[in-house]
Design a binder for this molecule. Sequence first.
Ligand SMILES: NC(=O)c1ccc[n+]([C@@H]2O[C@H](COP(=O)([O-])OP(=O)(O)OC[C@H]3O[C@@H](n4cnc5c(N)ncnc54)[C@H](O)[C@@H]3O)[C@@H](O)[C@H]2O)c1
Length: 348
Amino acid sequence: MIGIGVIGYGYWGPNLVRNFYETPDCEVVAVSDLREKQLARVRSRYPTIGTTTDYRDLLNNPRIDAVVVATPVHTHFDLAMQALRAGKNVLVEKPMTMDVDQAQRLVDEAERRRLILAVDHTFVFTSAVRKIRDLSLNGDLGDIYYYDSVRVNLGLFQHDVNVIWDLAVHDLAIMDFILPAQPVAVSATGISHVPGEPENMAYVTMYFDSRVMAHVHVNWLAPVKVRRTLIGGSKKMIVYDDLEPSEKIRVYDKGITLATDPAANGNGERYAMMVNYRTGDVWSPQLDITTEALSLELRHFVGCIRDNTTPIVDGHAGLRVVRLLEAATESMRLSGRPVDLAANRCTV
Ligand SMILES: NC(=O)c1ccc[n+]([C@@H]2O[C@H](COP(=O)([O-])OP(=O)(O)OC[C@H]3O[C@@H](n4cnc5c(N)ncnc54)[C@H](O)[C@@H]3O)[C@@H](O)[C@H]2O)c1
């Protein structure tokens, strides 16, 4: 039985506790939050789970094998590092840390101590994203041309991170999972409409060594909620709408074929490229939406601890995403100037 301790019982923590509570082979031993009111909620719903306002009680508890960090982003590094140093496996919320250096240090610490370090990139465990990855890997989409996403809604304004770290992080995690290559440069523009607060809307563009391009538009100040991604391939294209209750993915057998224009050649003109449009069927793959993504993820995390295997979203994946977030924020500071991601660091 793997003992779990959860630090942070605000908005997301209750989802983690609920899903761990129902996960086989593990037991939620204790929850920590600074707010006594939150802990009272834990006790009334789960009388067997211990509660404390001092997270160090979790680190010192020998029954706890893994600590989950579900606190605001600026606290992730310190709490996760202390948990690793106390010999605990760690699942840390997205985004993993506030910067690349912190993420690298957590990766190194976990490797040195041979502990499991996982990052909660929940979307990676959704049936929709897994299906997109399958379609990409088995060649159904052909060469991927672009990833183009809109992720906007009204709220929740964060105080410690800008909207890229809060919302675009999901797209970067999805891209990290489904695209065959990593971006080589990123450019971003954004703005804050609340004086003294982080940017609440942003446009992030990512460039690759190939003909792939990615763009993510995020906004906390939109009148409607949109979660819509287009993924264009040379053979097929996908519309992924996460707000659709069942048909979250539609696969379009549409595209273009290129040919040279023989008429143009006959007249002695230089070859003209003709673009022909191909329109075929549209289908919506069957997805298993009965099991919550977070439940699958937590089962996987517990299994990794039990079997000593590497998580699908390990510290390295968390670090790759933080590297992009850091570079995007740097580019935003430079009014959209592209930031190079080569050599695993951001150089302007
Ligand atoms: N994976 C997802 O889809 C997803 C969704 C929402 C939030 N998140 C992430 O979860 C994390 C928490 O977000 P939230 O919206 O729940 O924030 P929140 O502010 O609602 O809750 C954070 C809680 O942590 C507690 N806390 C802070 N410092 C603490 C400490 N030292 N010891 C004990 N408790 C402490 C606070 O009292 C608060 O109750 C963030 O990193 C966020 O990005 C992930």
